[in-house]
Design a binder for this molecule. Structure first.
Ligand SMILES: Nc1nc2c(ncn2[C@@H]2O[C@H](COP(=O)(O)OP(=O)(O)O)[C@@H](O)[C@H]2O)c(=O)[nH]1
Ligand SMILES: [Mg+2]
Length: 278
């Protein structure tokens, strides 16, 4: 709890057995109420280890992708009545001790989204980010800032805190099940005018913390460019897109219908659902 708000950390996991315990040990339990792990059908022992560590563990029956994993994470966090939700990768790449600071920025009511930036404070290269990823990050960020009329230091960090409001409002079900999900969420947050804050976060690159190869990075990069261009066209009212839609059926766990209070009750001893012939 932080300022009376329930804090839930979600760990979207894929083959995380080697790094999970280290990550979980450093999560500040004085503010975090629950830790949720969603495993995307890993072939290793992520699920067993997660249960042993006492995490609330969910597992996909088949490998659905990183975006799909986050959809499950956020839905389960909302079901737990979370007020503040922090996504942390279980690959020990981002420092879990910043959960407190990021939660506090959301709890303040000033920000609905807080990013742990590897670019603020220039820790990316020092932490071992491959040079091509660094250059791509800077170029894509520059392009996105121009297209979105925003000023973030990066859009590609996997360390994020959200208010409940933002996860309930954005049409997350319109997003990709793949890596570009991350980028779509931030673009949606900007489209829906949620305030976004940033904090600098040291990062570590080592084999278990980074499995995305060059080809998948290129696919991601193309997705980022497409998302930004789509946003600009939508802003200019040249296209309509589900990505920025206000349709309630695209929201996670949204309650867009309810049972009529007077229906389904038996009155004066009459069974409403009784068999009319008998
Ligand atoms: N759900 C899911 N997550 C994946 C998959 N492949 C990678 N990930 C996760 O995506 C996140 C980012 O991938 P990672 O290889 O660490 O990328 P990098 O750190 O940006 O180089 C990590 O938390 C991975 O566990 C997958 O097929 N499904
Ligand atoms: Mg990683």
């Amino acid at each position: 709890m932080l300022h009376g708000k329930k804090v839930v950390v979600v760990l979207p996991a894929y083959r995380a057995e080697k790094t999970l315990e280290r990550t979980v040990r450093e999560i500040p339990l004085d503010v975090v109420d629950e830790i949720v792990l969603v495993d995307d059908a890993s072939s290793d022992n992520t699920v067993e280890l997660s249960s042993q560590l006492g995490l609330r563990t969910f597992t996909h029956e088949t490998n659905l992708g990183y975006g799909a994993n986050q959809k499950t994470c956020y839905l389960e966090a909302l079901k737990l009545d979370a007020d503040i939700i922090i996504m942390l990768h279980p690959d020990y790449q981002y420092d879990p001790r910043l959960v407190t600071a990021m939660s506090a920025m959301v709890a303040s009511g000033i920000f609905d989204v807080v990013l742990g930036s590897r670019i603020l404070g220039s820790t990316a290269l020092r932490g071992g980010m491959p040079f091509y990823k660094y250059v791509a990050n800077r170029i894509l960020t520059l392009f996105q800032n121009l297209m979105l009329s925003a000023k973030l230091s990066e859009y590609h960090t996997g360390y994020r805190a959200f208010s409940r409001r933002v996860l309930e409002t954005l049409p997350l079900l319109a997003n990709s099940d793949d890596f570009v999900f991350d980028n779509q969420v931030l673009t949606q947050a900007i489209a829906f005018e949620f305030p976004i804050g940033e904090i600098s976060c040291p990062t570590k690159y080592f084999p278990e913390a980074s499995s995305i190869n060059f080809r998948r990075s290129v696919v991601y990069g193309i997705g980022v460019l497409a998302t930004s261009v789509l946003y600009r066209l939508w802003r200019w009212r040249l296209v309509k897109t589900r990505l920025f839609s206000e349709r309630p059926t695209l929201r996670l766990g949204s309650r867009y219908y309810h049972q009529d209070e007077r229906s389904g009750r038996s009155e004066a001893g009459h069974e409403v659902a009784s068999n009319p012939s008998g």
